[in-house]
Write a protein that binds this ligand. Structure first.
Ligand code: PBG
Length: 322
């Protein structure tokens, strides 16, 4: 009780604050998401994500070399194919955009981990994460496509696969196919808790993947629910997920903290496109200090329990930390 206890004693200078600081952001925590598309020319900026680009292989390699030299351990790749069709067939093409990008990056920076997003929404003409029949998203039929997609990424050299589609049973289906083909050591980072969020809007502009009919609410989670997140994580771990993700990040700190308490696998948080865009927009207007908003939001994710963070700020944060 005051005056015996004075919280301000341990806040009075930066050296004391450093000693008692509970959470730290490290470059080791960061995963950089990157978009890659066909073409020989330069990169094109994503209007709603200032400072983020659709890369060609050529500019992608500059980006990954820089990420590696900053000490960032991993990137996650999203492909934007030339051709989109009903079945998302270019997603499993061994010469597809992501497959080509993986081997180019691994040739150049063998120690940089290449994680791939496994989901067909960027490859389907309708923009859904599953196959569609009579306006319904098919679950079990989609699993075979996802498993083939994951296998094709691993065969191209991917170090880890990250299914983001929210079909039931996909972690098990992918684990089975990888194991049958001798890839028993390839980890699965599951987007276990993925909410049907409006914060993905800038990503969908970047990838041209907004659904042309309906929405994603029949497979992504209702953002009013938290107990459902526990069941999703438990099931994915049972099916063989090595790391589980919560997405989006900042609006879901309660979920992140709860999952950290209940499970003993590493947890990833995805600071998604809309979270990035909000900070960038406010910073460009002079309403917020962008650097401080970035660091505060990333530390908040560490405090809530994230072991690693997927963030479009990865390069900026790495520079600030060095
Ligand atoms: C699906 C996928 C999406 C994101 C990551 N993987 C889009 C979606 O579900 O609509 C969004 C990431 C972001 O907003 O930064 N392939």
């Amino acid at each position: 009780m005051f005056p015996v206890h004075r919280g301000r004693r341990l806040r009075q200078n930066e050296s004391i604050r450093r000693l008692v600081r509970e959470s730290h952001l490290l470059v080791d925590d960061l995963i950089l998401p990157l978009f890659v598309t066909h073409g020989r020319g330069g990169k094109s900026e994503i209007a709603s994500m200032p400072g983020q680009y659709r890369h060609t292989i050529k500019t992608l390699l500059k980006e990954t070399a820089e990420a590696a030299s900053l000490g960032i351990p991993a990137v996650i790749l999203f492909g934007i194919p030339k051709i989109k069709d009903e079945g998302g067939s270019t997603a499993i093409d061994p010469e597809g955009i992501v497959q080509t990008a993986i081997s180019a990056i691994k040739d150049q920076s063998p120690n940089l981990l290449v994680i791939t997003d496994v989901c067909i929404d960027e490859y389907t003409s309708h923009g859904h994460c599953g196959l569609v029949q009579d306006g319904k998203i098919l679950n079990d039929e989609t699993l075979a496509v996802l498993a083939k997609m994951a296998l094709s990424h691993v065969e191209a050299g991917a170090d880890m696969v990250a299914p983001s589609d929210m079909m039931d049973g996909r972690v098990g289906a992918i684990r089975k196919v990888l194991d049958e083909n001798g890839h028993t050591q390839t980890p699965i980072l599951s987007y276990a808790v993925k909410y049907a969020s409006c914060f993905y809007t800038p990503f969908r502009e970047a990838a041209g993947s907004a659904p042309s009919l309906g929405d994603r609410k029949s497979y992504q989670m209702d953002f009013a629910n938290s107990r459902e997140a526990i069941r999703e994580v438990a099931q994915d771990i049972e099916e063989g997920a090595d790391i589980v993700m919560v997405k989006p990040a900042l609006p879901y700190l309660d979920i992140l903290a709860d999952i950290k308490k209940r499970f003993d696998v590493p947890i990833a948080a995805y600071q998604v496109s809309g979270e990035y865009s909000m900070i960038m927009a406010a910073a460009q207007n002079g309403w917020l200090d962008g650097r401080n908003a970035m660091l505060e939001s990333l530390i908040a994710l560490k405090r809530a329990g994230a072991d690693m963070i997927l963030t479009y700020f990865a390069k900026e944060a790495a520079k600030q930390l060095s």
